[in-house]
Design a protein around this ligand. Structure first.
Ligand code: SF4
Ligand code: SF4
Length: 498
């Protein structure tokens, strides 16, 4: 048992409170709970996923009980050229002249086999990229038609992550009619957004994105805004938060940019960002370019033989877009202070709702803060399935859903090892940390610095997370207590003002 930073409410109280308290839970949506890149408006999936045994770090079942796939129908293609995007460069890892369009055969296989593989009565399809709207609305019309044909009594949900620039009334009509939840990326006011998010000609994308948001609002489509926090906008927390509120955003998520410069070998094969620290399999940069993505990766080397070797503070430098760790923590606390005094219950900041769930002893709902991960696979345009969005390398290719069983791939020894390594590679500093219950060492891709006593594998953002979690503890304790008493958490605003 780790030490507690404050009073935590008991699990049964939490479940009861979360059932009653509509401001924090959207029960009409089933959250894959594994989406670091996509804004979500709700915390909890179905109640069957809640683990309320009163432990600080609930142990997930050994066997996978839920899987989630995120599809990239145009692969890494995008009409924008965001400087921090880790996915654009994946184009260089595919064979030359690759057609990045999901075929109808792959789409049907995906729809049918994914629905079959999900044991739950609800199946969530998440479409992302690249920029998925490049496929045109017709592709998604076909997708929902196939979903209806293959639903087999299950409820189907759809989520689309987009830069919003191509949305028009035809999209608005479709997204509303089919009840899509849409995540739109915007990094703040024009001057901040355009630093990192130009189009392919270096022009501003701000107006097009805001116009896309207006389309969604005018068609009453549910949307949230995903803000990528980079070195360019990290010093403007309140400006960004207030701007989003001004343009009507009520569901917001902040994601930090953490990337390292590619090594010379990685640069040769077209990469600009270093591969993540190895988890369950050895990542050998020499081999990345030698295995076309269309071929199965070698499955050898699945032992944990080089988890973070050479990837500590003396390794590659972080990129210029990468946010400072403490600066990111201060960004979050600046927004939190404004939110907790004014906006609880009316503006939903996912980062704060994730934290509150942890303070209520509910299992983490974002994969980055979970004890283990590995339940959210990526489906590329050709049907290939990968361990995670951030591990889209041949060594992490699990198979192809056209030929391989989806559930078997996601429950394979390799994928289990990938997910389990998030816990088994946790350094001692994290194991002893008072905030482990809410952090769990965050995402393994960011674990490339050393602890004060020289142990490798500490998360680059650690200093920022400690600052943030420490700062929000008093208010989190109040909200958790209110929920435990069956009251609304927005009472925190009055108590913090007293
Ligand atoms: S490595 Fe794990 S924690 Fe990180 S984004 Fe992937 S699934 Fe989430
Ligand atoms: S990364 Fe830092 S804040 Fe998070 S669990 Fe580890 S030591 Fe604690």
């Amino acid at each position: 048992m780790v030490s507690q930073p404050g009073r935590l409410i008991d699990g049964d109280q939490a479940l009861s409170a979360f059932r009653k308290d509509a401001w924090i839970v959207r029960k009409d949506r089933c959250c894959p709970a594994l989406l670091p890149r996509i804004g979500r408006r709700h915390l909890l999936r179905c109640e069957s996923r809640l683990h309320l045994g009163g432990t600080m770090n609930p142990e997930p079942a050994k066997s996978l009980t839920g899987i989630h796939l995120m599809a990239k129908p145009v692969g890494p293609l995008c009409n924008l050229d965001c400087g921090y995007c880790f996915y654009l460069e994946k184009e260089s890892l595919f064979p030359a002249r690759q057609k990045f369009r999901m075929s109808d055969a792959v789409l049907e296989a995906y729809v049918q086999r994914y629905i079959t593989a999900v044991a739950a009565p609800e199946v969530e399809f998440t479409w992302q990229g690249g920029e998925p709207t490049l496929m045109g609305v017709e592709f998604f019309e076909r997708a929902v038609l196939l979903q209806r044909q293959h639903a087999n009594g299950k409820v189907i949900r759809n989520t689309l992550q987009t830069n919003g620039t191509l949305l028009d009334d035809a999209w608005g009509d479709f997204l509303k009619r089919e009840n899509f939840l849409v995540g739109v990326s915007l990094d703040g006011p024009r001057e901040l957004n355009d630093v990192s998010r130009p189009d392919k000609h270096g022009r501003s994308s701000y107006d097009d994105t805001v116009r896309g948001l207006a389309v969604l609002a005018s068609h009453a489509v549910d949307f949230n805004v995903l803000v990528t926090v980079s070195s360019a906008n990290v010093g403007h927390a309140l400006e960004i938060y207030r701007h989003l509120k001004e343009i009507g955003a009520r569901f917001i998520q902040f994601n930090p940019v953490v990337e390292r410069d590619a090594s010379p070998k990685e640069t040769v094969i077209g990469l600009h960002f270093a591969v993540p620290p190895a988890l369950s399999r050895t990542v050998d940069a020499d081999s990345i370019g030698s295995k076309p993505f269309s071929e199965p990766a070698q499955r050898g080397g699945t032992t944990l033989n080089r988890p973070v070797e050479g990837l500590d503070a003396t390794g590659p430098a972080v990129t210029s877009h990468t946010v400072g760790a403490l600066a990111y923590g201060k960004f979050l606390t600046s927004v939190f202070d404004e939110w907790v005094h004014n906006d609880v219950g009316t503006v939903h900041v996912m980062n704060f709702e994730w934290a509150l769930a942890s303070w209520c002893q509910l299992p983490p709902t974002a994969c980055i803060f979970s004890l283990r991960c590995g339940k959210a696979g990526i489906v590329e345009h050709d049907g290939s399935v990968y361990s995670c969005d951030h591990f889209m390398y041949p060594q992490y290719r699990l198979g192809n859903l056209v030929t391989d069983d989806v559930a078997a791939m996601m429950d394979s020894p390799a994928q289990r090892a990938f997910g389990d390594a998030k816990e088994t590679t946790l350094p001692g500093e994290c194991r002893r940390c008072e905030f482990r219950f809410a952090c769990n060492g965050e995402c393994p891709k960011n674990r490339f610095i050393t602890t004060a006593d020289g142990e490798a594998g500490l998360n680059y953002l650690c200093a920022g997370y400690k600052h943030y979690f420490r700062h929000i503890t008093p208010a989190m304790n109040i909200m958790a207590r209110l929920l435990g008493e069956g009251r609304s958490a927005d009472g925190v605003m009055q108590q913090m003002g007293d």
